[in-house]
Unconditional design. Structure first.
Length: 346
């Protein structure tokens, strides 16, 4: 009985070994025929196209847009003439050359040795560098300006900070006085020993603010101070000097104001500046007779002391003249400065 069971177990083991050998052949056979593809599923609904990420960039960064800007800029005072060459001097580099301006905006200072041999004219990249944000819908377009922060009048009084709250701050960086009104030493006399006895050609921000003119003691015309809020807030410089224009000669990057931009707010311009031109001419003649200016209005060096009020009158004449707006930047302030100056030299 035990032998039969043993024989049966051996037969089972032998059969198993044969089965394994048959099903584990190490030489693979040819692949079978592929099965039939299943039916395609139903296409999903197309999603909504996203916003073109470059649309806002291409609006400005395209050849045709930039070509018009370059053509306009070439006619501007920033691009014409040779004033940029003065940027080789450290004292002038902040505004008269590409390298000095960029260094000043970037570091807060220019090279003390100046930029002799390396200064180049202003170009697009002088004022424009990179956007501080690309969220124009919420933050506004910063036009990639190098500076939109408030500006201290570092040449005359760093405690005075001007903030127009927009891209006009970039203008104030350079359009500020370089000198201050004369100070009385107590003698009532003044020695005007500097041939550059004036704020500088670009004191427009001070005129808008109604500051840094000479307040002549005894003058009967009240000094009104700062210009209107419309001038002093928002993009005031840009609104007048870079407004859209169809004549191709003003506005935009020509920086030449268009009368339409002014009369939008100043509907009574002739009235606002009435009498200023005549008073300026009268003051010119008086200062010329005193030997303080040449026939073309430029100042001359004085070798002797002159009455202090006369020096103040000369300062006010040059302040209004070199503002170049004929009083428009701050009509009441400009007229008051000149009327008191006339009174002082009569």
């Amino acid at each position: 009985m035990k032998k039969l069971k043993l024989i049966g177990l051996l037969m089972i083991i032998t059969s198993s070994l044969m089965f394994i050998q048959c099903t584990s052949d190490p030489i693979a056979g040819a692949p079978g025929i592929a099965g039939v593809d299943g039916e395609d599923g139903i296409d999903g609904t197309d999603g909504v196209d996203g916003v073109d990420g470059t649309a806002s960039c291409v609006a400005c960064h395209n050849l045709s847009h930039r070509a018009d800007i370059k053509e306009a800029f070439a006619t501007s005072g920033h691009a014409t003439g040779d004033t940029w060459q003065r940027g080789s001097s450290a004292s002038c580099a902040q505004c008269h050359g590409n390298e000095g301006y960029i260094d000043y905006i970037t570091t807060g200072a220019v090279k003390t040795a100046g930029y002799v041999g390396v200064v180049t004219p202003m170009a697009c990249t002088t004022c424009h560098n990179k956007h501080s944000t690309f969220d124009f819908a919420n933050d506004g377009n910063d036009f990639a300006l190098r500076n939109m922060d408030p500006v201290a009048l570092n040449k005359t009084d760093p405690t005075v900070v001007i903030d127009y709250g927009n891209s006009s701050n970039n203008c104030v960086t350079c359009h500020q006085p370089r000198s201050k009104a004369p100070l009385d030493d107590g003698t009532g006399l003044y020695l005007q020993a500097n041939s550059r006895f004036y704020p500088h050609y670009s004191g427009q921000s001070a005129m808008l603010e109604g500051i840094q003119g000479a307040v002549i003691d005894g003058g009967t015309t009240a000094i009104p101070g700062a210009g209107t809020a419309a001038h002093r807030t928002g993009a005031s410089c840009v609104a007048c000097h870079m407004n859209s224009s169809t004549d191709g000669l003003t506005g935009g990057h020509t920086f030449k104001r268009n009368n339409t931009a002014c009369t939008t707010c100043h509907t009574t311009v002739p009235t606002e500046v009435a009498g200023l031109a005549a008073d300026m001419a009268a003051l010119h003649d008086k200062l010329f007779a005193l030997g303080l200016i040449t026939a073309d209005g430029s100042t001359i060096v004085q070798t002797t002391k002159i009455p202090f009020k006369t020096a103040q009158a000369l300062w006010n004449y040059k302040t209004v003249e070199e503002d170049h707006s004929h009083g428009i930047h701050n009509p009441t302030y400009a007229k008051a400065l000149i009327k008191n100056a006339l009174q002082a030299v009569q």
